[in-house]
Design a protein around this ligand. Structure first.
Ligand SMILES: [Zn+2]
Length: 284
């Protein structure tokens, strides 16, 4: 499932590939993709519009259009935005954005959980948070972990406010911090030497500082390596990331902890497969 580093990788690539291109048509092949807006209606709004920018917010890709609206894409489990990729499996192409120059951006999605919505600038607001009535996709998102505002003090305040929550599910809560998913939460908690089931309120100041550093370390490493492809993630050019080669604990049950040598353990926390070192990350 694409997380912040994967979506950031795609966003940076698409910024170089589709900005300044004018949309000539939009075709959806999956009825629920644009729900509740009919695809033909969205196509009519997209035709003739120029892409002025591509941004990431949490795990969403935002295509800014001239006229002030943005096309918001949620990749969810298996969504892929592919540009200039020849060997695309047609069975999984759910939508195509055609450009006036004859090129196209295709949305492939095996599991069909991905969604698209065309929203106005006001519903995104300056910091990316939607205002007003229930937005179509863009539920209220928390702070960006790589932004300047994500400080140790801010993280400490969040952990105090949500003191009874287990730390790992809290890291995955997009309303608290936007963009962290299962893989990067697991890698960050290992680096910070914090057990996934510790309560947020039990973390000491030194642990909060370590967690803050570890979150950014894991995410930046993911971006540097073009994202993680433990299963089917590919970037906008159809290429796999390299982060999966560098996992310290994710998917490594039974293998020695890179820090202490103890065997990595797999558990389930909040319904998600979780990996940790029982020596470095002491149970609460
Ligand atoms: Zn260890």
């Amino acid at each position: 499932m694409p997380e912040l580093p994967e979506v950031e990788t795609i966003t940076r690539q698409l910024r170089a590939l589709v900005v300044d291109r004018t949309i000539s048509d939009f075709e959806s092949r999956w009825i629920r993709l644009t729900e509740p807006e009919p695809a033909e209606h969205m196509a009519a709004r997209l035709r003739g519009r120029r892409i002025t920018g591509v941004r990431r917010r949490g795990k969403f890709v935002l295509f800014d259009l001239d006229g002030g609206e943005s096309l918001v894409v949620s990749l969810r489990m298996t969504g892929k935005l592919l540009y200039g990729v020849d060997d695309v499996d047609e069975r999984y192409v759910r939508a195509e954005i055609q450009f006036a120059d004859g090129t196209a951006l295709r949305f492939s999605d095996t599991r069909k959980f991905g969604r698209m919505a065309l929203v106005d600038a006001a519903s995104l607001a300056a910091n990316g948070k939607p205002r007003g009535a229930k937005p179509p996709l863009h539920a209220s998102l928390g702070r960006e972990p790589l932004a300047r505002g994500f400080t140790v003090a801010w993280l400490g305040a969040l952990l105090r406010k949500r003191s009874r929550a287990a730390i790992k599910p809290l890291l995955l809560d997009q309303r608290a911090i936007a963009g962290i998913g299962n893989i990067y939460a697991i890698e960050a908690l290992w680096r910070a030497r914090i057990h996934p089931l510790r309560s947020a309120g039990s973390l000491r100041p030194a642990e909060i500082a370590r967690l803050h550093e570890a979150i950014r370390w894991a995410l930046r490493k993911g971006i540097r390596l073009g994202g993680a492809s433990p299963s089917d993630y590919v970037d906008a050019r159809g290429r796999k990331g390299r982060m999966q080669r560098e996992f310290q604990v994710y998917g490594r049950a039974g293998e020695p902890c890179p820090r202490c040598g103890r065997a990595i353990v797999r558990t389930v926390v909040g319904g998600r497969g979780t990996f940790h070192c029982p020596r470095c990350q002491r149970a609460p």
